[in-house]
Write a protein of this length. Structure first.
Length: 286
């Protein structure tokens, strides 16, 4: 008697293959397929419900896709004033306008809003992005937050127990009052969900206004001494160990790459990336 999986089609779903090749995230790849931009062995497809193997020829807009790269991960110190999307309907600068030209196509893991700064993870692999963003991963995100006012422990306690804002339930946060600095106070906040503007909305619910927000860690990955605008690749062995991946090439540069964050011009959607105007020496591999 045959096993239940004996009739399963060989290979991987087409959207997953496109994502691994660095074409787009899995969801974006599905939209490209539905728009008729993808062909397999010369035949246009419009449904992502298709498995392909290495023997199949896949093209996007008539161009062969690249061979899949091993999963890679970068740390990026996002400055304020940048949005984390590929394109912005309001014409605002995106993180992609300042990333180094020698970086492959990358996707951000989650987002930091326009006025937030600090650690943003970047990956060339849609599967890694999805795994890092899954709520079940439950990795702690830590932030340094400056608020206007003189918060007390009693005022912060609802955040530690879990708070409801506009009908949305936020999980309990870890909140530490670090120091008072004039009219402002610095807090360290940890959370495991990272919903849209969660910290700003939660603070407003207890009558505190955030005027600076810096993400300092995402799970085991730390901002450390990475300067604003810099990019540093995570060693692939660390990526493998933390995510449980099998990598043929565990090497990795772990070098900092400076970016140009002067942003004197505002590139619109589809504008090529700006080239860095300054070069800093790469530090030695860790």
């Amino acid at each position: 008697m045959s096993s239940p999986t004996s009739n399963a089609p060989a290979g991987d779903r087409i959207a997953k293959v496109l994502s691994r090749a660095g074409v787009a995230s899995r969801r974006e790849a599905e939209r490209m397929i539905e728009a008729g931009r993808v062909a397999v062995n010369g035949n246009q497809i419009t449904s992502p419900a298709l498995n392909v193997t290495q023997k199949d020829r896949i093209t996007v807009d008539g161009q062969d896709i690249a061979a899949p790269e091993p999963p890679r991960l970068w740390l990026f110190h996002k400055p304020t004033g940048l949005v984390s999307t590929d394109h912005d309907e309001k014409g605002r600068d995106t993180i992609y306008s300042v990333l180094p030209d020698d970086l492959p196509r990358v996707m951000s893991v989650g987002r930091l809003d326009l006025n937030s700064e600090g650690l943003l993870l970047l990956t060339n692999d849609g599967g890694v992005k999805r795994k890092l963003e899954l709520p079940s991963t439950g990795w702690l995100r830590r932030y340094r937050v400056r608020v206007n006012g003189r918060p007390t422990d009693d005022q912060l306690e609802p955040l530690r127990k879990g708070i409801t804002v506009d009908g949305e339930n936020f999980q309990p946060m870890s909140v530490t009052l670090d120091r008072q600095q004039g009219a402002n106070a610095w807090l360290t906040i940890g959370l495991r969900e990272g919903r849209n503007r969660e910290i700003r909305r939660a603070m407003a619910a207890v009558d505190l206004s955030v005027n600076r927000l810096i993400r300092i860690s995402y799970g085991p990955f730390q901002l450390g001494d990475l300067k604003s605008g810099e990019v540093e690749e995570v060693r692939r062995k660390l990526v493998r160990d933390q995510l449980g991946l099998e990598l043929e090439d565990p090497s990795g540069t772990a070098q900092k790459k400076p970016t140009n964050v002067a942003r004197k011009r505002k590139p619109g959607p589809g504008h090529p990336r700006q080239k860095p105007t300054s070069k800093r020496p790469s530090r030695k591999q860790r």
